[in-house]
Ligand binder design. Structure first.
Ligand code: GN1
Ligand code: MG
Length: 366
């Protein structure tokens, strides 16, 4: 089965020209495909869904179809371009399905490539960071009226931090690769943050904060930008869209975009939270979202930054202990490097929590 065959199964017009694999993303395999239609180049994104991670690809695609349709209609009402501001899911020619199953049982999907767009794996420009915040804030604002409980849950307990700690403990006890003893200092530091990092889940369990439709992977490379105007366009990578807390999305975005180093930089002494970047993202996100937020959401949204950072450190560490079976790694020890990086960031976030709160209060009240 070639990418050409996969493309041919979807209802996209024109002549296939070629494809290239895009290397970003720790989970799915992604290809950008070029077509020619009426003398014009058209681009599509074709992805093989990682069914080791996403066990129910049909449900996952059902979520994506429903959420993109809802956002599509809101954008149309607001008079914005639906081609630019929301992903379009192609259906198959046969069966009208939003996924194609190849002869090995692999699940594929096809999106329209957002025209004339680009993504960034990291971002230092504060104006651009603010726009990333606006894009994710807009996404959640548009989905404010969507019945979150009606969505399938592709990854149960994805951001259930206490359960992530439980899984870490299981991995430590099993220690299948004999790596646990040399990780003791890092594990002690991680467990020291456990109580604080698990507070958000308590609020959710008690029903104190609402379940919303959340994106759950709010990295800046999941926002498309217009190549010419620099405007933030559609939000990408909707695999993990499911019910959650707004603090997940806010926190995960800050964790990624406001780290002074990249997520897997081994130079942990220089990893920390950049408060200027924090402020830029907050201005964009809160600017879009603040009228939809409850008082307790405003009070707890910052807790998401610590929670998401600790949680990802726990996840990378767990995967390292389990023998690197979940995240794609590029070299031995990659997951451990990532875990140490996120741990250093989490400690700095904890130190800066009061400064963060002062900045947040300013935008919440504006
Ligand atoms: C994974 O594949 P990617 O980069 O979109 C992961 C996220 C992590 C991220 C860390 C489904 O996302 O939760 O935050 O790596 N996605 C899944 O880079 O586990
Ligand atoms: Mg992604």
């Amino acid at each position: 089965m070639t990418i050409f065959d996969v493309c041919a199964s979807f209802d996209v017009g024109g002549k296939y020209v070629g494809c290239r694999e895009l290397s970003t993303g720790n989970i799915n395999s992604t290809y950008q495909v070029e077509y020619l239609r009426d003398g014009e180049k058209k681009f599509y994104i074709v992805q093989r869904i990682n069914t080791h991670v996403f066990h129910k690809p049909i449900e996952l695609m059902d979520n994506i179809v429903r959420v993109t349709k809802y956002v599509h209609d809101k954008i149309k009402d607001d008079g914005f371009s639906t081609k630019k501001f929301v992903l379009h899911v192609f259906k198959t020619k046969e069966g009208d399905k939003p996924y194609f199953v190849d002869d090995e049982g692999g699940y594929w999907r096809c999106y329209r490539y957002i025209p004339n767009s680009e993504t960034f794996d990291s971002c230092d420009d504060l104006e651009k960071i603010k726009r990333v915040g606006q894009a994710f804030g807009r996404f959640e604002k548009y989905l404010d009226g969507f019945d979150a409980a009606s969505l399938h849950i592709p990854l149960p307990d994805f951001h259930n931090t206490p359960k992530r700690f439980d899984a870490l403990q299981v991995a430590i006890n099993a220690d299948v690769c004999g790596r646990a003893s040399k990780l003791k200092p890092e594990l002690d530091r991680l467990f020291a943050l456990k109580e604080e990092a698990c507070l958000l889940q308590k609020h959710l369990d008690n029903g104190d904060i609402p379940l919303r439709v959340t994106h759950n992977d709010t990295k800046c490379n999941n926002v498309a930008f217009d190549k010419n105007t620099g405007e933030a366009l559609a939000v990408l990578d909707l695999d993990t869209v499911m019910p959650g807390a707004v603090a997940y999305d806010f926190g995960d975005a800050i964790r990624f975009i406001a780290n002074t180093r990249e997520e897997d930089d081994p130079d942990v002494d220089n990893v920390g939270l950049d408060l200027n970047k924090y402020e830029a993202f907050t201005a964009g996100f809160i600017g879009e979202m603040k009228n939809s937020l409850t008082d307790l959401e405003k009070e707890t949204i910052n807790l998401g930054v610590l929670t998401m950072t600790v949680e990802l450190a726990v996840r990378f560490m767990t995967d390292y202990l389990n023998g690197d079976i979940y995240f794609k790694t590029r070299y031995p020890g990659h997951n451990f490097v990532r875990a140490r990086n996120q741990l250093a960031l989490a400690e700095d976030v904890y130190k800066k929590r009061n400064e963060m709160q002062n900045i947040l209060d300013k935008y919440v009240k504006e």
